[in-house]
Design a protein around this ligand. Structure first.
Ligand code: DHB
Ligand code: FE
Length: 319
């Protein structure tokens, strides 16, 4: 059976991609941003997921105002990086997982979430930047296949936070009914607070962002009741991207362990937020009943190994 082992939240600022592509990561402005993802890359290298589901938004690269699906699931065998005006980013073509993607489409659509099935799609910074932040800059190939889920947050009306959260639950059910043993991570990307144009351009609301991250871990249902107008007012016009994090959160247990968090302002116009959430460990009693010990490496599951390591990084995360 496939299972979702963790959820990752990450901003997707395009200038982060430009800093990577143009060798600026050691400049103090960018070092501050990239330093917050070093431990996460180690976490990811140890987690070694078999597949990543990346919930992101297209910025008029694959779609345009002519056609904007609310939820579009990438079922193709590969997803090339899009040309966003300066040529495609120099990152490897992303390999898909058509079999799992088709299974998710079937399960979720029959559960009455009307996804759009996309069999050909280029992916922009919304997907490639979080991939770099968590997997680094591979030259030839990404370490695991990716299933992109593009969400409309660029033209009114985007989906509600509640709809996103419930879709996350349907995706989890779909993954768990896939017969192959696969460890899956799910990304929620975009945000945090930012506004790119208009009189409030440059708006950042760290207090609101941090409360969002707190509730993402502890009380996500509270977040599902936030109306669009509140995202706009408190987190800026592009802050609405944060609803995508609720798909990731919906795919996890009600109780999760926050194993890492990072927050810095600004990167370009945007507050950068990042979080890693794992499904809560079983209680000591339950572990004993299951005849498992967390001590000693022999026989330890990959997920347990990741968790032990995560607890080391948790104490060092930046808030
Ligand atoms: C910026 C942020 C975004 O989320 C985006 O899609 C484009 C630009 C910015 O901060 O400049
Ligand atoms: Fe964006």
């Amino acid at each position: 059976m496939a299972k979702i082992i963790a959820g990752i939240g990450s901003s997707h600022v395009p200038a982060i991609g430009a800093a990577l592509d143009n060798g600026k990561t050691e400049e103090p402005y960018w070092k501050r941003v990239f330093s917050g993802f070093e431990k996460s890359k180690q976490w990811m290298a140890q987690a070694k997921p078999d597949v990543a589901i990346v919930v992101y938004n297209d910025h008029a690269s694959a779609f345009s105002v002519e056609m904007i699906p609310t939820f579009a699931l990438g079922c193709a065998a590969e997803f090339p990086p899009a040309d966003e005006g300066w040529g495609p980013r120099p990152v490897p073509v992303l390999k898909g997982h058509p079999a799992l993607a088709a299974h998710i489409a079937q399960s979720v659509i029959l559960d009455e979430f009307d996804l759009t099935i996309v069999n050909k799609m280029e992916v922009d910074h919304g997907l490639t930047v979080p991939m770099n932040l968590l997997f680094g800059q591979p030259k030839d190939a990404w370490p695991c296949p990716v299933i992109p889920l593009a969400v409309n947050v660029v033209m009114y009306p985007p989906p509600t936070g509640h709809r996103c959260y419930m879709l996350g639950k349907a995706i989890r059910k779909a993954v768990e009914s896939y017969p192959e043993d696969l460890n899956v991570v799910i990304f929620g990307t975009g945000g945090l607070s930012h506004q790119i144009s208009g009189p409030r351009a440059g708006l950042i609301n760290s207090k609101w962002d941090k409360a969002f991250l707190d509730n993402l871990t502890r009380d996500p249902k509270k977040l599902t009741r936030i109306p669009h107008i509140e995202y706009m007012r408190e987190a800026g016009a592009e802050g609405i991207e944060m609803v995508m994090w609720l798909i990731m959160r919906g795919a996890l247990d009600d109780k999760v362990d926050e194993v890492y968090r990072f927050y810095t302002v600004p990167a370009s116009n945007t507050a950068v937020g990042h979080i890693i959430l794992e499904n809560a460990r079983k209680s000591a009693g339950a572990r004993k009943a299951a005849g498992k010990s967390r001590r000693g490496a022999a026989g330890k599951s990959r997920q347990a190994a990741v968790r032990q390591r995560s607890h080391r990084i948790a104490s060092k995360g930046t808030r």
